[in-house]
Design a binder for this molecule. Structure first.
Ligand code: SAH
Length: 216
């Protein structure tokens, strides 16, 4: 067995299962995606570390546990259409692509969007479409979505994203008026005009910057 495969299995056991995450679909996905392929070359030895890692443009690949927690909270089914805001390295998009048929992901930094696109193709995630742009506006042409995951923290939940959920759709997003800490929430669209919000705990994400996020 390759060293990375061993490290990956250990990560799933020690970082996910040990913390009480038992969603088998999500565990399988994190056990399948080669995180080392999305990690900057100089940090490849740290690919399975229990922490976020720096990538270009001052951004980060989220900690494996956070990716797993948010993915589990989306309650995905294999034929769901998912939107991710904040492609970053492309790692979380690959995890979503492992579970769902169609994944759309948007990144505001062109260099990151381009690199992620190449890496997703190289690793075989041809069901993930990457777009460069402001994800707080969603992806109207591809909407509605069964699930939306936002990988950056904004001051509030963008209304446009809520409206791009199907009835019964779920969105997981960090929100908070501070750049230093947010709370992770799950929003469920109950009917055309009704949404239910659940608090999933405290987190710290890079800022969501855009029309319905923080200013530049
Ligand atoms: N899911 C990523 C985590 C990346 S960090 C991974 O697995 O690697 C969050 C990303 O959100 C950053 O790359 C940042 O540039 C991006 N981002 C912030 N605001 C955004 C916006 N309005 N639209 C799209 N991407 C945004």
């Amino acid at each position: 067995m390759s060293n990375f495969k061993k490290l990956r299995q250990r990560m799933v056991n020690d970082q996910l299962v040990a913390r009480g995450l038992h969603d088998q679909t999500v565990l399988n996905a994190l056990n399948a995606v080669p995180r080392e392929a999305f990690t900057p070359t100089n940090l490849i030895e740290s690919a399975y570390r229990d922490s976020p890692l720096p990538i270009e443009e001052n951004q980060t690949i989220s900690q494996p546990y956070i990716v797993a927690l948010m993915t589990a909270a989306l309650e995905l089914k294999s034929d769901d259409r998912v939107l991710e805001v904040g492609t970053g390295s492309g790692y979380a998009a690959a995890v979503l692509g492992e579970i769902c048929k169609t994944v759309y992901t948007i990144e505001r930094h062109k260099a990151l969007a381009d690199t992620a696109q190449v890496k997703l193709k190289e690793t075989g995630y041809i069901n993930v479409q990457v777009k460069h742009g402001d994800g707080t506006l969603g992806w109207p042409e591809k909407s509605p979505f069964d699930a939306i995951i936002v990988a950056a923290g904004g001051p509030e939940v963008p209304q446009t994203l809520k409206e791009q959920l199907v009835i019964g759709g779920r969105m997981v997003i960090p929100v908070g008026k501070s750049l230093k800490s947010q709370k992770l929430v799950r929003i469920r669209r109950i009917s055309k005009d009704e949404y239910k919000t659940e608090d999933l705990g405290g987190v710290r994400f890079v800022p969501l910057i855009g029309a319905a996020g923080w200013g530049e």
